[in-house]
Write a protein that binds this ligand. Structure first.
Ligand code: 13P
Ligand code: SF4
Length: 304
């Protein structure tokens, strides 16, 4: 059945001059039909360079919104508008205004996991692939870093000459990864390297060999001489890792699932290609204001 839907998706993609972009946490069958799979940074870069008229974005809301901000004249179709990142909704414009008033000398660095309205109020955006690089690049000594507290604490490890004002947002999927789960896997697979996402809590980062964005992990695994890896992020990244490195072994954290990423199904992708709906709609004002911090993020490139 997947094969049949995949065939129809391919036909409609050609007919509608569309490209399918998918995040590394998407279901295996979505990864298999995507034209490009990546992390938040590489997906933004890809979206900014495509010639396709229609971008079907398989990921969560802030990723599809970023693609729209970077392509105001294209259609960005998000197969399920309910696929929302809960962390992105843990800070709102009122909170940010209050913080800005309290710290008028600070620059606002917002994680890409924010709404378009928050980006529009920010000086710079970052992803987990360049958060340290972006904060270091600021000319300000004080940074309001929103909304991920864990990522902020991770940045704090590497940036000693700036004061970071953190916000208590978290990613439920990463924040729930327990030390015991990692230690149990390490005990069973003593040769495995531990790679974790910087959205994990500090005590998890302390246990790891490295903390990387999802594409940082993809790159590291490909270049590493090691053969076994415990993957401390959303479990679906292991599908891509295994596909690209069949000779290596990956141990996922089985409980690390992002339910919103899983809302995108093949049927919904097919439907969105048939009707070119639902589209991401943002006001011109928000798009114009949010583009600048996103562009600064992309110009910085990867830091991992
Ligand atoms: P990456 O940019 O590393 O893919 O992370 C995105 C995300 O939402 C992690 O939970
Ligand atoms: Fe948001 Fe976490 Fe899901 Fe990433 S894994 S999209 S941060 S809820």
């Amino acid at each position: 059945m997947y094969k049949e839907i995949g065939k129809k998706i391919n036909e409609l993609k050609k007919k509608n001059n569309a490209i399918i972009l998918a995040h590394n946490y998407q279901l295996p069958e979505i990864q298999d039909i995507a034209d490009f799979i990546g992390d938040s940074l590489d997906l933004s870069l890809k979206a900014s360079k495509t010639d396709a008229k229609n971008i079907v974005f398989c990921g969560v809301d802030f990723m599809a919104e970023s693609a729209k901000i970077l392509n105001p004249n294209k259609f960005v179709i998000h197969p399920d508008l309910d696929a929302k990142c809960p962390m992105a909704n843990m800070v709102n414009p009122k909170d940010v205004s209050k913080l800005k008033n309290l710290h008028p000398d600070a620059e606002v660095v917002s994680y890409i996991n924010t709404t378009a309205e928050i980006k529009a109020m920010s000086d710079m955006c970052c992803t987990s692939a360049n958060s340290v690089k972006i904060v270091k690049s600021s000319s300000s000594k004080k940074i309001i870093f929103i909304p991920d507290k864990n990522l902020g604490e991770y940045v704090n490890r590497y940036v000693k000459d700036k004061e970071l004002i953190l916000w208590p947002g978290i990613c439920p999927t990463h924040n729930n990864i327990r030390k015991e789960e990692i230690l149990k896997l390490k005990k069973a697979h003593t040769n495995a390297q531990i790679l974790v996402h910087p959205e994990c809590r500090s005590e998890i980062i302390d246990l790891s060999n490295y903390a990387f964005s999802t594409n940082g992990m993809v790159k590291y695994v490909k270049e590493s001489i090691e053969k076994e890896f415990i993957i401390g992020t959303e479990k679906e990244l292991c599908y891509r890792l295994k596909k690209e490195n069949p000779d290596k072994i990956f141990y996922p954290i089985k409980s690390a699932i992002c339910p919103n990423m899983k809302k995108i199904t093949l049927e919904k992708v097919l439907n969105s290609l048939e009707y070119l709906e639902p589209k991401i709609e943002l006001t011109d004002e928000v798009m114009i204001k949010a583009k600048k911090p996103l562009q600064r993020m992309m110009e910085a490139g990867r830091g991992d």
